[in-house]
Ligand binder design. Structure first.
Ligand SMILES: [Zn+2]
Length: 503
């Protein structure tokens, strides 16, 4: 009686097949820098699987009494043996997005670039530069003690692409027996190695296909950008072939990999069909998606489908970074023009309040979005800590403004809130307005009008105070926060990072 194949045997067969392919990569191109701990933390590969791979001949370096692995080997193993976030994305989210956009005809996505300061003690501010779809560079300066940078951008993808001419199909078919593999940097663009080994990195295949297509008399170019498939986006490279006036993105090697994994079927999606419906271009060749103080830094990119398929182009955000348009600054100068003697010390406190409210806004967003209770607990402690700072800044503004105001008797009616609280409300309204504008929400225009109204209302209150027609309210009883907050603020920089590998 024939022995039945157990799941373990199946895995062993897959591992042997994969390791056989990976061994075509010369050992001199490997860098053995991952230990068993990072193999699990970065790639979700358990020690038992590593032992199995070692038995099947995976190159390993033994030093200091332990085994060391090459990062690209581990990334390829995770992808092909279905371990870790990239493997999940490639099997579940990419095919789902292909089908979704195919059905809808087009899609508009919001991608949030999330970056965190790698060395929070270097100075008071962090300068980030982002490379975003369309090839724009976005520069942002934020306070180093905040939660980092979150920048939302929008991109629209097209679901319908023209068929390729026969000459292009012939070129794509040259990659028919290639395997989709991430290669070390010295081999990634080596088209000779790719043709010989049949191991194809996305960047190398893009280069090879563009070269071969041009040799066949076609218009062709390389492309670097993002695979956008909610819930996140990831870097990718591909080739584009010109058909009429359109650059048509192609990636037969990636589609064949999805067919091989059983997540797309050949009849449903031919390998030579465009996958432009999940791609958004940034540049011709690879660029750093994010830098911090000029150094490349990790970017996490959650993405979501925006309802309504709005074709409107990206709108620049209106928060921070543009002091001349900033409503809080506008209010300060209006109040001074109205005759209120506001000391210069108030301006940095208001700016700080704006930053703290931005941080709170981001933390509350994160708290609403996380399914992880442990992380939620930490976010809530951070939120409490920043609320304490917020209350302190509001009090500081009131104290700084007090000498500029008259000292009316208690017989006039009180205002509903102090000027410090007004500044607090204004900075929150600025955030709300900017967020709505950024996502093209129809309520954005109302929010902008409310901002103008709020500024006028605050000016009227300030005039009443100055002329003793109204008085300040009695100091309120503020919500009490616990004493553990200082400890919590320092904890805000230690939140976990998502680990992403670039295909
Ligand atoms: Zn920094």
């Amino acid at each position: 009686m024939a022995q039945e194949n157990k799941p373990g045997d199946e895995l062993a067969l897959q591992a042997r097949d994969l390791v056989g392919k990976l061994r075509r990569i010369p050992v001199t191109s490997r860098r053995f820098v991952e230990d068993t701990q990072s193999a699990y933390e970065r790639f979700r590969l358990r020690p038992g699987l590593l032992d199995l791979l070692a038995e099947t001949g995976l190159p390993i370096e033994r030093r200091d009494g332990q085994d060391w692995y090459d990062s690209h080997d581990l990334a390829n193993i995770a992808l092909h043996l279905n371990r870790g976030p990239l493997a999940v994305a490639a099997r579940r989210f990419w095919p789902a997005a292909l089908r979704q956009v195919d059905a809808a005809g087009s899609a508009c996505y919001e991608i949030e670039y999330q970056l965190r300061c790698p060395t929070p003690t270097h100075g008071p501010t962090c300068r980030y530069v982002l490379a975003v779809p369309g090839g724009r560079l976005v520069e942002r300066v934020v306070h180093a003690d905040g939660p980092g940078l979150r920048e939302s951008i929008r991109t629209t993808v097209n679901g319908s692409w023209p068929a390729l001419p026969a000459a292009a199909v012939e070129v794509l078919d040259e990659t028919r027996d290639f395997d989709f593999v991430m290669l070390p940097s010295d081999l990634r663009h080596d088209v000779g190695f790719i043709q010989e080994s049949k191991l194809a990195d996305c960047a190398g295949v893009a280069k090879l296909l563009a070269l071969r297509a041009r040799a066949a008399g076609l218009g062709a170019r390389r492309s670097f950008g993002l695979i956008v498939a909610p819930p996140f986006a990831v870097e990718h490279s591909w080739a584009e072939i010109r058909v009429d006036d359109l650059w048509v993105p192609v990636d037969p090697v990636l589609i064949r990999a999805m067919i091989a994994w059983g997540v797309l079927s050949g009849p449903e999606w031919h390998p030579n069909r465009s996958i432009g419906s999940i791609l958004t271009r940034i540049a011709e060749k690879g660029v750093h998606l994010g830098t911090h103080e000029g150094q490349p830094t990790h970017v996490t990119m959650p993405s979501r489908l925006v309802a309504g398929h709005s074709p409107r182009p990206d709108r620049p955000p209106t928060t921070a970074g543009n002091p001349t348009d900033d409503p809080a600054t506008t209010l300060l100068s209006r109040l001074r023009a109205d005759g209120l003697a506001i000391p210069a010390d108030v301006d940095p406190v208001v700016a700080r309040l704006q930053q703290v409210n931005q941080t709170l806004w981001d933390l509350e967003d994160a708290a609403r979005g996380t399914p992880d209770d442990h992380r939620l607990g930490r976010l809530k402690r951070d939120i409490d800590a920043y609320n304490v700072r917020r209350a302190q800044l509001v009090s500081a503004i009131d104290e700084l403004l007090a000498p500029a105001l008259a000292q009316p008797t208690s017989r006039v009616a009180p205002l509903s809130c102090s000027l410090g609280t007004h500044f607090d409300r204004l900075t929150v309204a600025v955030l709300r307005s900017a967020t709505l504008a950024r996502v093209d929400d129809p309520r954005a225009d109302d929010a902008a009008r409310q901002l103008t109204e709020l500024i006028d209302a605050i000016r009227a209150d300030a005039a009443d105070l100055r002329q003793a027609r109204r008085r300040l309210p009695l100091p309120g009883v503020h919500k009490r926060y616990t004493a553990q907050v200082r400890h919590v603020v320092s904890d805000a920089s230690s939140k976990e990072h998502d680990v992403a590998v670039t295909p």
